[in-house]
Write a protein that binds this ligand. Structure first.
Ligand SMILES: Nc1ncnc2c1ncn2[C@@H]1O[C@H](COP(=O)(O)OP(=O)(O)OP(=O)(O)O)[C@@H](O)[C@H]1O
Length: 331
């Protein structure tokens, strides 16, 4: 459904400055996949999506989307994709049903089909009661659902969502996802989304593509990324003299590595935390080692990003997301 090769986009800022926003991305998405593109501010997620949706042209490299080249056949690509950008696409003064009907007309439906499609989408996205409301009177969550409906009017097999849930509260985020996943199942759609929310990428997407400084630095299922790059970690406290013995027991667990003893605190990475922890506690009881507390830390995608880059994906934290400015170089 999507194939890119060495896809690159530079922005020339003047005064001899160029931003290398996307640096040679190779991305392959099969039909039916739900892929989340995750990365810090300025990583190049939106620029990549804007190239794939034909809104901007690549500086170099190639991209085929839904079977058509984004530069040579942008019209063919547009017919086959839906795009929900970061800003709200709907006009403020329009009424909700009219806005959807107009969108259908723009995509070539006759008046009757456009109305029918608008009603289908109002129903599917729970907007039926709001059909005659002005777009400007909708709440943030309702607006976002309307944006998604607008992107789906022409039944695209491939939907791009650029930060669909940014700014929504947790309940509205969950509600939006509920609708998107239902629409996906009903229409067998391929979905590519960008997000800042690690938990969202983790729970919704079957595949997570991590982008940093305009490059793909990891591409796999969230579970595989966490297992490969971060791993479960067990932390225990114990009576001081028993720490070395407990460390010895920890070392025998499957996949145990990085065993660290610090006073009465013993920590290690293990292969399968939920199975390893009870096994360790049983071994400790058998060896008469008195464990005070036991903690199992299962990694998040932030731990994966930290392992890959030495930085946190969370914004505003010390050592947090990269400053996008650091990619500016003299031309
Ligand atoms: N039109 C533009 N002109 C100049 N620089 C741009 C332009 N669009 C994007 N950039 C720069 O390209 C880099 C990548 O931006 P992009 O919007 O793709 O990042 P992003 O990963 O989507 O970030 P965010 O999560 O903040 O939306 C940034 O340094 C940004 O400032």
């Amino acid at each position: 459904m999507i194939h890119t090769h060495a896809l690159t986009r530079d922005f020339v800022l003047g005064r001899g400055q160029t931003v290398h926003a996307v640096r040679g991305i190779g991305l392959h998405v099969d039909a039916g996949e739900l892929v989340a593109v995750l990365g810090p501010n300025g990583a190049g997620k939106t620029t990549t999506m804007r190239m794939l949706t034909t809104l901007i042209t690549p500086t170099s490299g190639t991209a085929t989307v839904a079977g058509h080249d984004v530069v040579r056949e942008p019209g063919q690509v547009r017919r086959r994709i839906g795009y929900v950008g970061q800003g709200n696409g709907a006009g403020h003064a329009q009424r909700v049903r009219d806005e959807l009907t107009t969108q259908g007309r723009i995509y070539g439906l006759d008046r009757r089909d456009a109305r029918r499609r608008a009603d289908e989408l109002l129903d599917a996205l729970d907007l039926g009661d709001l059909a005659t409301r002005k777009v400007s009177d909708l709440s943030g969550g309702q607006r976002r659902r309307l944006d998604v409906a607008m992107g789906l009017v022409h039944r695209p097999p491939l939907l791009f969502l650029d930060e669909p849930s940014t700014g929504l509260d947790p309940q509205n985020r969950a509600n939006l996802w509920d609708h998107v996943l239902r629409m996906r199942a009903a229409a067998d759609m391929t979905i590519v989304l960008t997000t800042h929310y690690m938990d969202e990428a983790d729970s919704m997407a079957e595949r997570v593509v991590i982008v940093d400084h305009g490059e793909i630095i990891a591409d796999d299922s969230a579970a595989a990324l966490k297992a490969k790059l971060a791993g479960d970690r067990i932390v225990l406290t114990v009576e001081g003299a028993d720490a070395a013995r407990l460390a010895g027991l920890l070392e025998r667990l499957p996949g145990a590595r990085d065993v660290v003893v610090d006073g009465g605190r013993v920590a290690a990475h293990v292969g399968n935390g939920p199975a390893a922890l009870p096994e360790l506690l049983r071994a400790a009881v058998a060896a008469d080692v008195r464990v005070g507390t036991a903690l199992l830390h299962q990694p998040t995608l932030d731990d994966v990003f930290l392992a890959l880059t030495g930085r946190s994906l969370r914004e505003g934290e010390p050592g947090g997301a990269a400053d996008p400015q650091d990619r500016k170089v003299a031309a």
